[in-house]
Design a protein around this ligand. Structure first.
Ligand SMILES: C[S@@+](CC[C@H](N)C(=O)[O-])C[C@H]1O[C@@H](n2cnc3c(N)ncnc32)[C@H](O)[C@@H]1O
Length: 257
């Protein structure tokens, strides 16, 4: 009975039917001339885990493709870069920019992403907080990793064994309740990975190089000091760190192959 209710409650939504007021951020802001701190942070992790040759990388929820453009300048022509996003408007902008004809963009719902290709790296930055049940996403995305490949999920996570589904309505911008600030428990992720013979190989905390100030829109994050520790907060009354989880095949499984 309980299982049935769970299945009914959490469905894979048609993302295009959900207009998210925060899409304006990625349409208006540009991270080409001034790349985000998170781009440097994520590339440091890529550099640490990459083998001699890095063939391809997928950015899930790539917005206008700025991170892919950032990587194309570093890795030049030696890498196939691909991005997916569900937003027609953002992808239109990405394609308009013609950063490099080598970067490929696809319109897809990442929650239920089924790909034929396998990647060395899959980056998912600021996206899993949109999903109600992270296992749906992980199930498919893990199949798209090469055997030594790494999935890097950058987001806010709960260290307690509690998953949080949150809906908010920013009355100045929207008449609807929206997703975008869910918090998944690291324990839920670990349990699922364990079943699939994957594991979290590293958990790395992100520190911004400057103090993030509060903006007009309270649904955007800013810095706050709690017990002398700098954390992120939002007008949804959340307090969190941002972290990257580096996910790869569990060693024992790799050795068996
Ligand atoms: C918070 S932004 C992060 C953008 C970029 N990854 C970054 O870190 O700067 C979230 C992005 O994920 C996209 N997104 C959210 N849900 C998605 C889904 N189900 N399928 C594909 N893209 C999605 C949004 O359109 C948006 O571009």
């Amino acid at each position: 009975m309980g299982k049935k209710i769970w299945k009914m409650e959490i469905k894979i939504p048609n993302m295009e039917s959900i207009k998210k007021h925060q899409d304006y951020i990625y349409l208006e802001e540009d991270y080409i001339d001034k790349p985000k701190d998170s781009f440097f942070f994520l590339n440091k992790i890529i550099k640490k885990y990459k083998k001699k040759k890095l063939n391809n990388l997928l950015d899930v929820g790539c917005a206008k493709g700025e991170f892919l453009f950032f990587l194309s300048k570093i890795y030049k022509k030696n890498i196939q870069l691909e991005g997916v996003d569900y937003s027609k408007k953002l992808l239109k902008e990405a394609k308009k920019r013609k950063y490099s004809s080598d970067i490929k963009f696809y319109k897809k719902n990442a929650y239920n992403l089924k790909l034929k290709k396998k990647f060395d790296f899959i980056i998912v930055s600021g996206v899993v907080c949109y999903f109600d049940k992270i296992e749906f996403f992980l199930k498919n995305i893990l199949k798209s990793l090469k055997s030594n490949g790494k999935l890097i999920i950058f987001d806010n996570f709960n260290k307690y064994d509690v998953d949080i589904i949150l809906r908010y309505r920013n009355n100045k911008y929207s008449k609807k309740f929206e997703p975008g600030w869910n918090t998944h428990s690291v324990e839920t992720i670990k349990r699922f990975l364990n079943k699939k013979k994957f594991k979290i190989q590293e958990k790395k905390k992100f520190n911004l190089s400057f103090k993030l100030k509060k903006k007009k829109d309270p649904c955007r994050s800013w810095h706050i000091k709690i017990n002398n520790r700098q954390m992120f907060t939002t007008g949804l009354m959340q307090y969190f760190d941002l972290e990257a989880l580096v996910i790869g095949k569990a060693k024992s499984h790799l050795n068996k192959k």
